[in-house]
Structure formats: C-alpha cells, structure tokens
Write a protein that binds this ligand. Sequence first.
Ligand SMILES: N[C@@H](CCC(=O)N[C@@H](CSS)C(=O)NCC(=O)O)C(=O)O
Length: 310
Amino acid sequence: MDDDSCQTPLTTTTHNFTPGPSGQSFLSVQHPLVYLYLCLSQMFRNLLTVSRPSFINLVSRMSAQACRDNNMIFRQLFDRESCTYTYLLADNTTKEAVLIDPVIELAERDAKLVQELGLNLKYVMNTHMHADHITGTGLLKKLVPGCKSLIAKMSGAKADIHVEHGDKVTFGEHHLEVRGTPGHTSGCITYVSHSHKMAFTGDALLVRGCGRTDFQEGSPDTLYHSVHSQILSLPSEFILYPAHDYKGQTATTVAEEKQFNPRLTKNKEEFNDIMNNLGLAYPKKIDVSLPANKVCGLHDLPEDLAAKFN
Ligand SMILES: N[C@@H](CCC(=O)N[C@@H](CSS)C(=O)NCC(=O)O)C(=O)O
C-alpha cells in the first residue's frame, strides 16, 4: 500500500541535517510537541520579518516537511573521496529499507548503520552505472545477506532486479517511482517518492549543475529533455537529492533549480554548448569502476578491497 496521505499523525523524526564526524548526516529526534512549538515560533518570527511571498513559501515548505516526516527513516551519507551521496530510506514500522548508490569503501559503514537501526535491507540500488567509484552493492550483498541488487535494465549492468521507467520499488508501505532520466549515461534513472515529495536524481541533476555527457553514451540533448520532462516537471516544492556534490551542498528543490541552475535554465542550444565545453578531466577511477560496476562491484578489485571478500 502506498502512503500518499498527509493526514496521518506526525512521527518524531525530522529532516534536520547535521554533518557528523564520519561523513554521515543524522536526523535529530524531537518530541512532536517540541517540534510543533519550534515550527509555530519560527512561523511567527518570519511573519514579522519576511515579505508575503517568502512567508507563503515558508508555510508550503513546512507543510511539506510535516508530510515527509510520516513513518520514514531517511539518512543522507557521504563519501569524502568521490563526493558521493548514499541514501538510506526505511519504513519505520516494518523496518524494510533500501540503500541508494553505496560506495564500496563505505559498505561496512552502511551495513553497520542498517544493523544498528534494526532494519531489514531489501534492495541495494543504483541510479546508474557509476564511472568514478566502485559501487558498494556487491559487498553489501555479502555483508547483509538477503538483500537484492537493483539497477535499470538500460544500464547493461548485472543485478538481481532490473527496473524500467514506470516501475515501482516498494519497501514497507512506501514506494519509489522509477523515472528514466538518460543523458549522463543511457541507463540513468531517478527515484521519486511522491508521498514524501522528494526525488533521488543520481547524476542527471546535481545542485546547480548536472552530470557530464562526454562518455558512457552521454548526450546533452537527451539529458536536457530528461531533466526538464522528468525532474523539473515535478511540483516546485519537491526536494531533490543528487548522487554527488563537490561544493558541500546537500539538496535542492525543483523551484530552486528552475530559477538558479546555471546550465538547465538555458535554452537547449546554449545548454549543448556548455556541456560540450566543460573541459573536465576523466574520473580518476573510470578504468576500474566501469568493469567492476558492470558486475555489481565484484570484478578485478584492487587488492585491499578484494581482501574483504575472503
Ligand atoms: N574528479 C572526479 C570526477 C568528477 C566528475 O566528473 N563528476 C561527474 C559525476 S561522476 S562520473 C560529473 O558528471 N560531474 C559534472 C560536473 O559538472 O562536475 C573524479 O576524478 O572521480
């Protein structure tokens, strides 16, 4: 069953990110009455100080926040080396969980968190076949027996489950809609939670940027169409979580990117021109990452990582 309602009572989990010492963001847990008090006092303070449009924006963000807090455990985890975000989502009642875009060097961190929170990891899933790091999927399947790997059929990578545009990935009472967003790679997908008004955009859309299009069948034309038709067409308050950030940003919204994205606010010709002249060096680990990620991150591993499998 999908939780599409904003009417159910608030739980005590809030999306209040504080970067932790191990590169992990955690959520503060507050009593609902304290949370309500903080919301009301913040609204009152802002009423006195902000203009009417800002106030309306604030109220709509707060009601969206309340909806998102229903029965969902959510963690944004970070890999300092590749600047990759990994996301853990779980149903707080059934404890079924999914992990999006894990990194092999941090698979043990992720498995430990799953165990500490008492979660039952159902899927380890990727937004695409990454070129800059080896996915933690294969190692997590060993560390957390029973979980299944999941990726887009179009990626050409091996996995237990292949998904396509329009499919639903369910965990407990929640689900993520799969939207095909090719262009960075031909197998890129975005996972959308309509009930929680958020989307995991992989490398299709980055905060104030987007994925490069100069390898892995990348195409500026295709990316431009994907982002506009599948991501920026979501309601403006949807929060977008990227697979990477190189400047310390954690998330954005549809409204922000429609207004401020320096690439995607341009017309298609200007966008193509920007993308064809990025001048980025190839990712340092591309030669090991691509063959490994074709088979779930378990292929010709560097010695230190291979040792973990023995
Ligand atoms: N320096 C990094 C690679 C950085 C990079 O190319 N990032 C990709 C996503 S990972 S393939 C990208 O699309 N960047 C877009 C941009 O505008 O930065 C390394 O060596 O790994």
